[in-house]
Design a binder for this molecule. Structure first.
Ligand code: F6R
Length: 360
């Protein structure tokens, strides 16, 4: 049950530090060495390209993991929207490897692609929260999320667990191919820092609530902007806000705004800017913030500590750049939660949606 929590979503948001720590117990031994079926790693090494196929929040988790996988596994990673690939499978590389991300393991759109992959003899891995689920049974390999049941329709802990599990996979594969960055990436230690960062953010719920309540109480639209990893978090943040608060929201690559969409910014348009500690992009995103401020936008900045400046609204403890999507998404989950709550909506059961989408 949800115990003393008003909604499952808030309980599941709060569970994320524990899920991060649990994954280190499951996927690593006491020395920090990753424990994972070697057959998965060998299959991945044989491939020339990784395709991640998923829907919704799981699709966004795939994007959040792309950079880390490419860096450590040394192969291109391509994303596929399951409902598109069922009918429009793109031209594939010679030795593809398919990864299906699915909290439920039952998403019909994803299954449709898996059926095709099996017909084509493409090796596949399902990363899911549900042992024995359809996608798990029909793929060659499975890695479990160990996040515990996710009841709220809006997915939270499954997203962060997916990124963490793929970090273990990247570390194990990178180690097997003697990738230097993999050797230097202590996934267990870094995830323990992520757990601490999440806890620090969760202890600031009242602050986060106060920063966004007025901003999102009556607005019809909003924007999330960011670059690089922050752009991927912006995609997920906007999906979450849309589905439970019914605010029309777009997650935008910050530099792309000026190519058209900035026309939508008017007096008091809420713009939430995500700025993780990546010196290559942080100052550019700041520039985009100034552009929307000049047009009257109401900006909330969500910034990693080392990139923070005077006047930032929500400051997040630093984590390893491979894992920043996990810590940066937490305030956006809370923002969606409080927006929904203050609009008097059923946070756990948004209209028109079901927890597991078993039709195409
Ligand atoms: C969003 C949400 C959906 C699911 C999507 C895929 O909060 O819950 O977008 O992420 O329907 O579901 P799974 O991961 O079960 O395949």
């Amino acid at each position: 049950g949800k115990g003393t929590y008003p909604f499952y979503m808030l309980k599941e948001i709060d569970e994320q530090p524990a899920v991060m720590r649990k994954l280190s117990q499951i996927y690593a031994d006491e020395t920090g060495k990753v424990v994972m079926d070697d057959a998965i790693i060998q299959a991945l090494i044989k491939a020339d390209r990784i395709y991640i196929i998923a829907a919704g929040t799981s699709y966004n988790a795939g994007y959040a993991s792309k950079y880390l996988l490419e860096e450590l596994v040394e192969k291109p990673v391509e994303l596929g929207i399951a409902s598109e690939w069922g009918y429009n499978m793109p031209r594939l590389s010679e030795k593809p490897f398919f990864i299906f991300l699915s909290q439920s393991g039952e998403t019909a759109d994803s299954r449709q692609v898996l059926v095709k992959a099996n017909e084509l003899g493409i090796p596949s891995l399902t990363v899911t929260n549900v042992p024995g689920s359809t996608l798990s049974r029909e793929a060659n390999f499975t890695l479990l999320l160990h996040a515990g049941p996710e009841i709220a329709v809006a997915s939270t802990k499954a997203y962060t667990a997916q990124i963490a599990v793929l970090a273990f996979l990247a570390k194990a594969t990178g180690t097997a191919i003697a990738n230097k960055k993999a050797a230097n990436f202590d996934v267990v230690h870094e995830l323990s820092l992520v757990a601490q960062s999440i806890e620090a953010t969760l202890s600031e719920k009242a602050l986060i609530e106060s920063k966004v309540t007025g901003l999102l109480a009556t607005t019809r639209n909003a924007f999330y902007i960011g670059r690089g990893q922050d752009y991927y978090v912006a995609m997920e943040a906007s999906l979450k806000l849309k589905e439970i608060s019914y605010i029309q929201c777009e997650g935008f690559a910050a530099g792309e705004l000026k190519h058209g969409t900035i026309a939508l910014i008017e007096e008091n348009t809420p713009v939430l800017a995500l700025i993780s500690n990546n010196p290559k992009v942080a100052s550019h995103t700041r520039g985009n913030v100034s552009e929307v401020v000049a047009r009257g936008a109401n900006v909330v900045t969500i910034v990693e500590q080392d990139a923070a400046i005077e006047g930032d609204d929500i400051v997040i403890n630093n984590v390893h750049p491979y894992l920043s999507s996990i810590s940066m998404v937490i305030p956006t989950q809370l923002i969606a939660y409080y927006a929904s709550l203050h609009r008097g909506l059923d946070v756990d059961k948004p209209r028109n949606l079901a927890k597991s989408v078993t039709v195409e």
